[in-house]
Design a protein around this ligand. Sequence first.
Ligand SMILES: [Mn+2]
Length: 293
Amino acid sequence: MRPRIIVRYFNPPKSTIWSRLARALTRSIERHCDGWDLDMQEIATLPLSSPLGVQGNVANTHKLDAWADAVQSSADGDRLLLLDADTLIRRPIDDVWESAFDLAYTVKKKGARFPFNGGVVFLRVSPQVRAFVGRWRAENRRMLDDPIHHQVWRPAFGGINQAALGMLLKLGGHGLEVCRLPCLEWNCEDESWDSFDPVRTRIVHYKSALQRVTLRQHATEQVPSVLVQEWRAMEEDDTRIAPRVKNMQVTEADLETPEQLQVDGGEFPLMTRGGRRRHRQRGGVNDGPGTSV
Ligand SMILES: [Mn+2]
């Protein structure tokens, strides 16, 4: 069974920002995750509200609910990556399965404001894992409904998804084998951006300031330009598909089935445009397949 990447996102009213992020992520997965399936869905927003009016908490609750649904409907032995839509995969991630774990999450370097980031979570599904993710969802809901409950855990773990996960990991008793992956490699987030290593980093998290600058939302924050450029290059790749196919190089395989080239070939189907022009300039005849290709 191929491992599966689970992405759930939604757009705020009158915005397509998250669709844009999701498209670039999809492109990066197509490029680097050959042996994986992608299960990406835009979800409808529900009329949830946060007693403190914190819209980010509501959004993250919707996302976690949808992740949890995907986990509950997975079979024992399924390998899943729960992934935020504001990420980019920039090199293969298959190595993660070399470690034995039920749940793997990404920890920040020492001295960071919070100990981990919840945007990248790998799972090997089992009844215990389904039960744990069910508790994660329930604790998150409890924190949304009861801000005091969130306040107890927020100083240690931050946002609502993370506070709920941090609480459950801290309390223990879940019986899961838990693996801690370094953020710099597996989830390069705000406190890792400055240490970004193109050879090592597999997943970059385009959150907060990096997201604003990358999407050109009139942001002036200082973020590593190499990360901004990588994301923009991935997005532009989307719109270059047609021209790239049109300018396709002729390969050995094409020469074996020359009829495929007639679309653009015209008079001398096996020559490039430049080859045909030079051929005419020389006043030559078409002297057989492949000569000017
Ligand atoms: Mn995120």
